[in-house]
Design a protein around this ligand. Structure first.
Ligand code: CTP
Ligand code: CA
Length: 226
């Protein structure tokens, strides 16, 4: 009698997942960052692992309980660190998931000493960070699959589809901030999926581990030429 069916549909696949926020240092004790929890990225990492893939995680600072030894796990802080770690392994990957909330800008310079307060206002000059997905997307090989994420508050489908094209993704997952039970710090999510092929799909509000498995099912609709 069979009690469990073990799904191994991603066996033999190497999967990279960027996840979490990035931290852009201002001085030795301060940084600019965002509210990404890393929950969706970790749910995807677990789903791929349980479906047979070898998973390479490049994670910004997160505070989730995780058994890092289940993965090839690399901790990073800044967008630049994340880019360097991801680009080192990129060429060996079959599937790349860009789930990180990468800070778009970082301080133009990092003060070597703690910035002291003064009586006047403080202005910080920011410069644009490297776009990890776009940069690796420009060297994507024909047998590699790239998946992006988008979080939009307006013109959601249009903005997501323009990111799909711009970053050379095969599929993009849109998180809607407007949907109840979706977003950064919650454990449920609702997503729309747009394929480069034109195929679209949407989920109900569901726990992030269930959403992760739906995303993996959608990835199987991507035609890959080996
Ligand atoms: N991304 C990335 N590197 C960056 C910025 C974004 O790899 N420096 C990836 C994200 O991980 C995500 C996708 O690109 O998969 C879209 O991120 P998003 O922040 O929605 O898009 P941006 O191009 O940064 O545009 P904006 O923030 O202005 O909407
Ligand atoms: Ca951004």
């Amino acid at each position: 009698e069979k009690f469990f069916t073990v799904q191994t549909d991603f066996k033999g696949k190497k999967v990279m997942i960027t996840m979490g926020p990035t931290q852009e240092a201002l001085d030795p004790v301060r940084y600019i960052s965002n509210h990404s929890s890393g929950k969706m990225g970790l749910a995807l990492a677990n789903a791929f692992r349980s479906r047979g893939a070898e998973v390479f995680v490049v994670s910004g600072p997160i505070s989730l309980n995780v058994n890092k030894s289940d993965f090839h796990w690399q901790d990073v802080k800044s967008a630049q660190d994340m880019y360097e770690a991801a680009s080192k392994i990129h060429s060996q990957m079959d599937i790349c998931i860009f789930a990180a909330a990468v800070a778009d800008y970082g301080p133009a310079e990092i003060s070597p000493e703690k910035i002291k307060k003064s009586d006047s206002t403080l202005s910080i000059s920011l410069v644009k960070n490297v776009d990890i997905a776009a940069k690796l997307g420009s060297s994507k090989k024909r047998n590699q699959v790239h998946i992006g994420f988008a979080l939009e508050t307006e013109n959601e489908a249009k903005n997501a589809q323009s990111k799909l094209k711009k970053k050379n993704f095969d599929m993009i997952v849109l998180n809607s901030m407007k949907e109840a039970g979706a977003g950064f710090q919650v454990s449920t999510n609702k997503v729309h999926v747009f394929h480069a092929s034109g195929l679209t799909a949407q989920s109900d509000v569901a726990p992030k581990d269930q959403i992760a498995n739906l995303i993996l099912d959608q990835i199987k609709n991507i035609p890959v030429w080996v």
